[in-house]
Design a protein around this ligand. Structure first.
Ligand code: HGY
Ligand code: MN
Ligand code: MN
Length: 414
């Protein structure tokens, strides 16, 4: 049952029910974990294709695993409006991150069909297959493919089982060699809209349903390794140790301190692997990840340098070696002002109105935006919670977002 909503058959309730139904398709029982090209992702593809076909869309799966459906205009050679978001998740995710945008866009298309709405443009709905970047430690692979930016270096990245992206694609019957052609946007895609949960506290604290997005924050993702010397926990005196975890721990405190002194920088060590991991062994090696975000790309890049130096310092004082690699980096990017104004006006006509917010979360919209005029609509995240199984939405907010999306589509000027 979604927060504050009686079970009902409203349009919004159906959207929420479908998100929760897809959330049950998972690689890890008991929660929602659906990584890039995993068995659960392929099962979700099948369900989504079925729903798209029920909505009379022309469907296909492209060679990076995006699920695509087209609502054709009666006008031959018409331009295309792109509606999109992602269907992959983080581990133990909530039901709405990414999925809400896909399912709400499908509901908008169903409503247009029910109303026999004739549009001077096609609508393409794309459920993107890899946004979070969990499996290959690189985000946005599918929107990079959509915009012709997938490079050979992306295809040779390996997962924890040393499977490359190219092999993972082939293992599910896709062809990485065809990506440039099969994943391209439809010709004359003139505008794009992503609907997504806010994943932060601003709308909930303001008690507002929806917001338009001004811009999306840039991010750097790095991997750090601290290499010391495993040794006996009982016989190795403290001054003779090269404790990789003690070095990493001092560095992690430096990460937190750097964010506190460079606000609104946010810095997160999300994954820590301690090896060999025995209770009676001095840790010989630690692998750690770092996620850095700041609206100003210059400050973010400065923070990368500061924290690489902090790792060296924490390591050197213990005879430990610290190394790091920049895995991915995206610059802060604005949404299209003209389209965002149209979206904000649609929100005022269709419902509660919408303030403009800056997104602290990364989104595929930041990859699309340099290539297609792109706008983004946020839906309140109650309690500001996301990347958590208790992530939720309110039916009234979903209804406001749907009504705004429909009004935006109906009044969109080419
Ligand atoms: O990490 C992010 O900001 C997004 O949820 N992928
Ligand atoms: Mn996410
Ligand atoms: Mn997301």
């Amino acid at each position: 049952m979604t927060e504050g909503s009686p079970q009902s058959t409203s349009r919004a309730a159906k959207i929420i029910d479908r998100c929760r139904e897809l959330a049950c398709i998972t690689d890890v029982p008991g929660g929602t974990t659906r990584l890039f090209l995993s068995p659960a992702t392929r099962e979700a593809h099948t369900k989504l294709l079925g729903w798209m076909q029920q909505a009379q869309l022309e469907t296909r799966i492209d060679d990076i695993g995006n699920v695509r459906g087209i609502r054709r205009s009666a006008i031959a050679g018409a331009p295309t409006l792109l509606l999109f978001s992602h269907i992959d998740t983080v581990p133990n995710a909530g039901p709405f991150d990414g999925l809400l945008g896909v399912i709400l866009s499908l509901a908008a298309i169903e409503e247009l069909n029910d109303q026999h709405t004739i549009l001077p443009f096609n609508i393409e709905l794309i459920a993107l297959s890899e946004e979070e970047g969990i499996r290959f430690t690189f985000p946005f692979l599918s929107s990079l493919a959509l915009t012709g930016q997938l490079a050979p270096a992306h295809l040779t990245r390996t997962d924890a089982n040393s499977i490359t992206v190219a092999e993972a694609l082939r293992n599910v019957g896709l062809n990485p060699d065809r990506v440039p052609t099969s994943c391209a946007l439809l010709p004359n895609t003139f505008a794009a809209l992503e609907v997504h949960i806010e994943q932060g506290p601003v709308l909930d604290e303001a008690n507002e349903s929806i917001a338009v997005v001004r811009g999306i924050i840039g991010q750097s993702r790095l991997c750090f390794a601290f290499e010391g010397q495993a040794n006996h926990a009982g016989t190795t005196p403290m001054p003779l140790r090269h404790d990789a975890l003690a070095a990493a721990a001092e560095w992690i405190v430096a990460v937190e301190r750097c964010a506190a002194t460079h606000s609104p920088l946010v810095a997160t060590v999300g994954r820590l692997e301690v090896l060999p991991g025995g209770i009676n062994i001095v840790p010989g090696r630690v692998n750690a990840t770092l996620d850095l975000r700041h609206p100003d790309d210059r400050v973010r890049r400065e923070a990368v340098v500061i924290l690489q130096a902090a790792a060296q310092q924490a390591a050197a004082s213990r005879g430990v070696r610290a190394t790091s690699s920049l895995e991915s980096e995206q610059a802060t990017f604005p949404m299209n002002a003209v389209l965002t104004t149209q979206l904000q006006q649609a929100a005022h006509r269709a419902g509660p109105g919408a303030r403009a917010l800056f997104s602290g979360a990364g989104h595929d919209a930041m990859i699309l935006a340099p290539h297609v005029p792109t706008a983004m609509l946020f839906v309140r995240s109650p309690h500001g919670l996301s990347h958590h199984p208790d992530e939720t939405v309110r039916e009234a907010d979903v209804e406001a977002a749907l009504a705004t999306t429909l009004e935006f589509i109906r009044t969109l000027t080419l």
